[in-house]
Design a binder for this molecule. Structure first.
Ligand code: CMP
Length: 207
């Protein structure tokens, strides 16, 4: 538990939609979310890529402090969020005094690495339908916003929509009010295997 005095000293409320900082900015403050939700995203060639949604107890902005590089991504509050804005040197002192926080930070960084591996895996899939199927079949979410799926997959909305139409026809997925829901995970996993087999068959074809 962080000293309540520090909490009062550093706490700041960010209304929904506030950009906490932008990718490329210089900054050494580290942010600890008390309540609310922060979206971490980057824009590449005009296409938004979603890295993560972070919630209570999670840290962000630690990379610039640790590496002294510019902000690697944009952080935006998706809901009203109460956040501890800790100056870099204060963060170092907190880590020294709270070994558990250092451990939690380490664990969070490993989780991010796992997520990055997942991103790389998905980006290595060239077909849009295959990419969407892999993402939904391997993911843990039963329902997610269409916008987030686009941003995570780095796909234009039309391409994701076309793939989802196919999956809706198959009855494995439904799309309603901007939410994508996985209806039959088991069938989706079968479909994924089928697409993999088809791909392998195409690769093995002579000539
Ligand atoms: P920093 O580079 O200071 O600013 C952007 C922040 O986004 C970064 O620190 C991390 O805290 C966070 N961040 C960057 N990449 C990821 C990722 N792949 N997953 C979750 N958070 C990230």
């Amino acid at each position: 538990m962080i000293n309540p005095y520090l909490v009062a000293q550093y706490a700041k409320v960010f209304p929904a939609g506030t950009v906490v900082f932008k990718e490329g900015e210089i900054g050494e403050d580290v942010f600890l979310i008390e309540s609310g939700e922060i979206r971490i995203k980057r824009t590449v060639m005009g296409q938004e890529i979603l890295f993560a949604h972070l919630g209570p107890g999670e840290l962000f902005g630690e990379m610039s402090y640790l590496t002294k590089e510019r902000r690697s991504a944009t952080a935006e509050a998706t809901k009203e969020s109460r956040i501890l804005v800790i100056p870099g040197e204060g963060f170092a002192a907190i880590l020294r005094n709270h070994p558990k926080l250092t451990f939690d930070l380490f664990t969070a960084l490993v989780r991010r690495l796992q997520e990055t591996d997942r991103h790389l895996e998905i980006f290595s899939i060239s077909g849009p339908l295959e990419r969407v199927v892999h993402y939904l079949a391997e993911g843990s979410a039963e329902a997610l916003p269409f916008r987030d799926a686009c941003a995570f997959l780095a796909m234009p909305p039309e391409a994701l929509e076309a793939a989802l139409v196919r999956l809706t026809e198959w009855g494995v997925v439904s799309v309603s009010k901007g939410m994508v829901s996985v209806l039959k995970k088991h069938d989706l996993l079968h479909y994924q295997k089928l697409l993999e087999l088809r791909k392998r068959h195409e690769q093995d074809k002579p000539g």
